[in-house]
Design a protein around this ligand. Structure first.
Ligand code: ARG
Length: 437
């Protein structure tokens, strides 16, 4: 069933019909398609292009289609080219001939553009809400576990940090992600309805009216851009990719920390799986899947960037390829935020193991050098003195604080009894953390 048969003499090939159809995926847009049409029809009546009577009949028809779909009475399937054809043909079935007036002063080009803007805006707001939830979970996890642990650079033990500091780094990352989404929404919040195919319309329509009805900030400035702009999807996909990159880094740490080698955390049974052959195994599959799905979301971004790069103005059918990657990416991101949130909420932090891990690895070497600097030595010389002490400690299999004062003095006269307090791990962390947050 088509909206455009009039100009053709013979039928479209079945192969082409299948190739062209987007209904199987753009059915997700049914809600936005209906509210967009309702705003459009109300505007047509306000501008005396349709009568109030006609507009009411069409709006009632669209509302009854909406409830039939929601109640499962009307299935979005069949021989339709896309969700827009499905709606128009079903409207005509519901309200009769007057339904044929719905598409006055509109093209599917501005129709699909308004549908996607609305859909992606609502979904981006949903992602922001979910980020808020996980930010709350991270804060609780950090506050309940201010235990000291080794901090790493190059995956080598570096300086003492707290678990709270470590996990709150992800709080900062996800807070930036929220800002990125908020800014993308701010930029995209323009109404393309009324651009029509590419050149506007000869009818005296009112774009401000549909803009208010659909709660956009303003109408788009340029019609040709309005129907062929997909920047907003690319911005959202970039923000989604960065969220996934952050989750992938966190997943990697959860996987590493739950190994017997680290043994810093335990991922709950709910988010672990077993092995079909090795009875002892507890595998961190949830974290691995999040890390794996990151590639998929990057792929969605690359797919649309590549689709868009060679398209001349204005609408071209290539743009139908924006939908599946966007739907896939947003569904994946939402699922991953929910899983990560639950996984963090049920995570067991092995505080003693984290605390004990601090004792080996010279995590107070920098502070030992700072001690000498406070006593008057230049930092570069202090660095070298402590480097020599570390060589000795490695030979004796001792920590710096396990050398007695005579041993320390053999490296520098500046060492006094107060060095032990200065390089104590708890003291170093409380001095360092003071300036954070
Ligand atoms: N299914 C199409 C899409 O997603 C709708 C717009 C069709 N426009 C057209 N001129 N054929 O892009």
């Amino acid at each position: 069933m088509k909206l455009w048969g009039g100009r053709f003499l013979s039928k479209e090939s079945k192969l082409m019909e299948d190739f062209n159809s987007s209904l199987s995926f753009d059915k997700k847009l049914y809600y936005e398609d209906i509210i967009g049409s309702i705003a459009h029809v109300k505007m047509l009546a306000k501008c005396n292009i349709l009568t109030n009577e006609e507009s009411k009949t069409i709006v009632n028809g669209l509302n009854s289609i909406m409830s039939d779909i929601k109640e499962g009475k009307l299935k979005i399937e069949g021989d339709y080219e896309d969700i827009h054809s499905f709606m128009e043909i079903n409207l005509i079935k519901t309200v009769g001939e007057v339904g044929k007036k719905l598409h006055t002063a509109r093209s599917r080009n501005d129709q699909v553009a308004v549908d996607m803007r609305l859909y992606s805006k609502y979904k981006a707001l949903d992602v922001i809400d979910n980020l808020d939830i996980i930010l709350g979970t991270i804060k609780i996890l950090g506050n309940e576990n201010a235990v000291i642990m080794p901090g790493y650079t190059h995956m080598q033990r570096a300086q003492v940090v707290t678990f709270k500091q470590h996990i709150m780094a992800y709080y900062s990352m996800l807070s930036r992600d929220k800002k990125r989404l908020t800014s993308a929404i701010e930029i995209m919040d323009e109404n393309p309805l009324g651009c029509c195919a590419l050149a506007g319309t000869t009818y005296d329509t009112d774009r401000e009216f549909t803009t208010k009805e659909l709660e956009f900030k303003k109408p788009v400035d340029n019609f040709m851009d309005g129907v062929s702009d997909r920047d907003y999807l690319l911005e959202l996909l970039s923000a989604f990719s960065i969220i996934m990159m952050h989750f992938s880094r966190l997943s990697e740490e959860l996987i590493l920390w739950s190994t017997k080698e680290f043994n810093f955390i335990e991922i709950s049974d709910e988010f672990s799986t077993g092995s079909s052959i090795m009875p002892q195994k507890r595998n961190p599959d949830a974290a691995e899947l999040i890390r794996g799905k990151t590639g998929r979301v990057y792929g969605d971004l690359m797919s649309l960037l590549t689709t868009m790069k060679g398209i001349p103005l204005a609408y071209n059918k290539d743009m139908q390829e924006d939908k599946e990657p966007f739907f896939d990416a947003v569904d994946t991101v939402l699922k991953c935020i929910k899983i990560m949130n639950e996984m963090l909420g049920t995570l067991k932090i092995k505080k003693d193991n984290m605390h004990n891990a601090v004792k080996r690895g010279f995590l107070n070497a920098t502070e030992a050098a700072d001690y000498l600097v406070n006593k008057g030595m230049a930092f570069r010389d202090a660095h070298s003195v402590i480097g020599n002490i570390v060589i000795t400690c490695e030979k004796k299999n001792k920590a710096i604080e396990e050398l007695n004062l005579d041993e320390l003095k053999s490296f520098s006269d500046l060492f006094e009894e107060d060095v032990y307090e200065f390089i104590d791990y708890e003291n170093t962390i409380s001095r360092g953390i003071k300036k954070e947050m």
